[in-house]
Write a protein that binds this ligand. Structure first.
Ligand SMILES: NC(=O)c1ccc[n+]([C@@H]2O[C@H](COP(=O)([O-])OP(=O)(O)OC[C@H]3O[C@@H](n4cnc5c(N)ncnc54)[C@H](O)[C@@H]3O)[C@@H](O)[C@H]2O)c1
Length: 403
């Protein structure tokens, strides 16, 4: 589609939309940059929010345009150049779901063009990208919401409220897992002699375009740890390797990282790709209990003995005639296998739909989103530094036995 046809058809789409709009619903006219897998999913949710219309899409990969038309149920004006999309006056807000490496370019251009932005996580790729995005969003006073949709999940909000009231005592540790059993590789059409399509479609597998598992999966867990600890991490230690999928990728197929927060508090994150037993879960440990958070629910468990009760270490404990105590029990220590207490919520809504709905309200009311640029920055900067740390692997060698 040439530039003139693109602009004309986008304007016509806008007029057609206005005529069918309920009088009390202020329109929010959306453009999308990068309607790939996540972009189409978020768009699907946006199209369920009353008053939202899709004006135009931009992608460098041609097959996306037909996919978006199918999703929208009509032909959507399209372009391969995001500047063309941003020049369109009838677009109020832009959904940016391009690969991580392009977030800075696309977000900064969008806020400079006066658009509100729903930007997929992670906020930015490099530390410089993260700072520049934050600075531009603040300078332009643009409405920017980052795609950390779990901030909008009712069962997580309720858990965080109860945790903040002290229900599990002092929170000291968060353990988070995202374990899968697949190679994280997408099919690529052939022929692809110069591997251009491979890098466009499998950008996650290459270090120059991807933050690896710690960013692509762990950014949500880092955001939740930031939320519960009320700050971003101070530093990170990590490691990664290619253990199973030696297929030319340059990011690890597993990663383990420990994020240090103030007062000795820690987030421990693990991602593996050859066993999905734990799947995606996050445990918040406090001195009086634990909370398990999943993508569908949250469950509270309480410690049998609160750690502020008198410590058995200060007393002599005798079990079965054996002196025991803090370091030993004759009965051993089995994991707790009983039921916890599920967080009750009145109704379930997909957090991405809740996030889209809330973004639209912010655009209408010119309000700052809950998951704003600072929320995005605090998770993305940790991902960015961790992505280097897992390669640097600052470590202390463990001596082998001498013969
Ligand atoms: N919030 C979540 O739960 C969640 C889930 C999945 C992905 N994501 C994020 O969404 C983003 C996209 O991930 P994805 O899996 O949809 O990737 P994808 O590869 O499926 O989609 C990206 C799209 O951007 C297009 N693109 C690439 N370069 C472009 C450019 N320069 N200009 C315009 N378009 C371009 C690609 O052709 C593709 O269609 C990533 O940042 C990812 O971390 C978030």
């Amino acid at each position: 589609m040439d530039r003139r046809t693109f602009l004309q058809s986008a304007a016509l789409a806008s007029v057609a939309f206005k005529s069918t709009l309920a009088a009390d619903t202020k329109p929010v006219r959306l453009g999308v940059i990068g309607p790939g897998s996540r972009g189409q999913e978020v768009l699907r949710h946006f199209l369920h929010v009353p008053g939202v219309s899709l004006q135009a899409v931009c992608d460098v990969y041609e097959p996306r345009f037909a996919q978006v038309n199918t999703l929208a149920g009509r032909e959507i004006p399209h372009t391969k150049d995001y500047r063309e999309l941003l020049s369109h006056k009838d677009i109020d807000a832009v959904l940016i779901a391009s690969p991580l490496k392009y977030h800075a370019e696309h977000v900064i251009a969008s806020v400079k063009a006066g658009k509100a932005v729903y930007g997929e996580k992670a906020l930015g790729f490099t530390p410089d990208d993260c700072q520049q995005i934050l600075s531009e969003v603040l300078a332009s006073k643009a409405i920017y919401q980052v795609g950390h949709q779990y901030r909008y999940a009712s069962w997580i909000q309720e858990s965080m409220r109860r945790i903040a009231k002290g229900e599990i005592g002092d929170v000291t540790h968060v353990y988070a897992y995202w374990h899968r059993n697949n190679d994280w590789r997408r099919p690529v059409p052939s022929p692809d002699p110069d591997k251009k399509l491979e890098h466009l479609i499998n950008w996650r597998l290459y270090r120059e375009t991807s933050g690896g598992l710690v960013t692509e999966l762990g950014s949500h867990h880092i955001d939740m740890a930031n939320w519960v600890f009320g700050e971003q991490p101070e530093s990170v230690l990590g490691t990664t390797s290619i253990c199973r999928y030696n297929d030319g990728r340059t990011v690890g197929d597993n990663v383990q990282a420990t994020f240090k927060y103030s007062r000795g508090r820690r987030l421990v994150f693990s991602s593996i790709t050859d066993n999905a037993k734990n799947a995606n879960e996050l445990w918040i440990y406090g001195t009086g209990g634990s909370v398990q958070i999943t993508i569908e629910d949250a469950t509270f468990f309480y410690e049998k003995k609160k750690s502020n009760a008198p410590s058995p270490a200060n007393k002599t404990v005798v079990e079965r005639g054996v002196e025991t105590g803090a370091s030993y029990s004759t009965g051993g220590e089995m994991p707790y296998r009983g039921e916890g207490e599920k967080v009750s919520i009145t109704e379930y809504e997909d957090p991405t739909l809740s996030a889209c709905r809330s973004f639209v309200e912010c655009v209408r009311g010119q309000q700052k989103p809950l998951a704003d640029a600072y929320v995005g920055y605090r998770s993305a900067i940790a991902c960015s530094v961790a992505h280097d740390a897992v390669f640097t692997e600052l470590k202390t060698a463990i001596p082998r036995p001498r013969a």
